[in-house]
Design a protein around this ligand. Sequence first.
Ligand SMILES: Nc1ncnc2c1ncn2[C@@H]1O[C@H](COP(=O)(O)OP(=O)(O)OP(=O)(O)O)[C@@H](O)[C@H]1O
Ligand SMILES: [Mg+2]
Length: 374
Amino acid sequence: MSSSSLTVQGLAKRYGDFVALAPTDLVVADGEFLTLLGPSGSGKTTLLSLLAGLVPPDEGSVRIGAQDVTYAPPYERDIGVVFQNYALFPHMTIEENIAFPLKMRKVAAAEAKKQARAALEMVHLPHIAGRYPRELSGGQQQRVALARCMVYKPSIILMDEPLGALDKKLREHMQLEIKRLHREMGTTVVYVTHDQEEAMTMSDRICLMNAGRIEQLGTPADLYFRPRTLFVADFLGESNLLPAALGTRVGDEAEIRLGSDGIPGRALANGQDLPAGSAVRVMVRPQNLGVARPAGDGVPGVRGRVSDVMVTGSLTKVYMEPLDRALPPLVAAFPTRNEADAIRIDDVLALSWNSRDAVVIPDAAASAGAAKAA
Ligand SMILES: Nc1ncnc2c1ncn2[C@@H]1O[C@H](COP(=O)(O)OP(=O)(O)OP(=O)(O)O)[C@@H](O)[C@H]1O
Ligand SMILES: [Mg+2]
């Protein structure tokens, strides 16, 4: 294994009886950009702190490359850290703060000053070099913390919501800078954010956490289009989740029967190994749900009555109540078009989707019920 990979095995952290991180396995490849995403309290900062060596684990191990660092102090890990609280040195000027990691690495003073200045340019703060941290706003302190971490080009960087205090424009600029650093230096990055869009655009893979465990780990497209649980489907973006009964497998797809009318259809089996007859949900993203005027009364398919139409700039969203009352309200989204074929409230529409854009997800409530009954 190369030197800047991170390997976590059975890593766990408890506070008294409370499990902040259940035993967790995770490999972050050398040069990978991995994002930890998940609700507040799901264990993101806990995992990051364990990687950084800021708290000791109860069980398990952390390796950097082949080296076991489970109990190594933070300064022996060559890991750059930008945490939620920026923790600048209060008695040093901003320039001294940023030059500090270079000084520790015995970089000559003039060179350290030059690099610190360049790092301040990068975060758009060249004019505050001589100030002290208390003389900066929260967002400025956050950018200084970023500059201080990036200036010595560590091979692994851990960042805990490093852009949380910034406005949209600065945030986008810093996202690009972080990505550039990642690309140019081949830095391994573990990044925490609450912002789904940020996670989707920046990451090679996303690790979605829930209640101290990894709920799903995969590429942004994996999580978005092939969620394995209802939690993942719900957490990332808008989704339609239609109750269905699973039919037989056909290659990597499965036949499904939707709602109480048992409307036939097909969806990606999504690697789920469930017996025919299982209660499942079928997820279709709003942009993959097609709407059309019904071809005729006898034609089968899901029908919905339009309850609302919202033009949100470039996208039009159509909200519908399926005629089959066992199906939940649905939403379709498509590029806003000319008024000519406008959809109106109370129109009845035929809904359709490509079987490749629909995925089977186990119905957690139904399977819990089945487990109880067994
Ligand atoms: N020192 C501690 N003592 C007791 N409980 C703790 C401690 N640190 C964290 N926890 C608990 O562990 C859980 C996970 O916390 P953590 O900080 O990892 O969450 P998070 O995913 O980073 O959340 P957020 O998005 O709000 O930052 C929380 O319920 C938190 O209250
Ligand atoms: Mg946190």
